[in-house]
Design a protein around this ligand. Sequence first.
Ligand code: URA
Length: 239
Amino acid sequence: MPTRAEVLRELGLAPSWRLRARNGVMQAADAGDAGNDGDVDPRRARIASLAFDALVDDIAQCRACGLCGTRRRTVPGVGAPDAAWMFVGEAPGADEDAQGEPFVGAAGQLLDNMLAALDLARGNDVFIANVLKCRPPNNRTPEPLEVDACRPYLDRQIALIAPALIVALGKSAACTLLDVDASVASLRHRIHRYRGTPLIVTYHPAYLLRTPLDKAKVWEDLLFARRTLREITPARAES
Ligand code: URA
């Protein structure tokens, strides 16, 4: 008796994802949040079924990596649950860890200014999240294991919000969402796709605090993002 997976494969209906192990954490390699045949990581499948409030609660209880031992607060994200724009950063810093909200420190002030220049504001057709929901000690770069453990939350947030456009702020967000290892410079100026949603890459606001001369590049990227949104989904761009 052939298995269901074998039948689906014969019919050319096999799912486009397959499981792979990365740093010991199993994950769906391509599109789906949950699969069939019971071969998907049960934690990922459970998170992929959560509604918005339950997701926030789950993040608050999460102990999937070592960052739960050093965080003060989890930082799930902030904004409109039906936002057209979604901005994704790297991880909470000290201010965010204390307040439970992303981008509330100096980099956040700059992000708010960038949003205002686009006539946007956090919470108003904008959702802001990070790859990691807990602060890495001393703001170190996230470890691959931490990214893998937290990734189901970001995937679920994006699925629930269904933004018209994602802006990846910096290398961590871009490389995580696109599953590549590349520089921000090499990823700019292109419309990428995250599970079908257009995604544009620009520099992280914290980088701009250190390199203010590159602010013009980010402004260029944000105008490109707005143009893309207007062209791809005009109704949502004006909402
Ligand atoms: N940097 C980020 O990537 N995210 C924050 O929330 C704050 C600083």
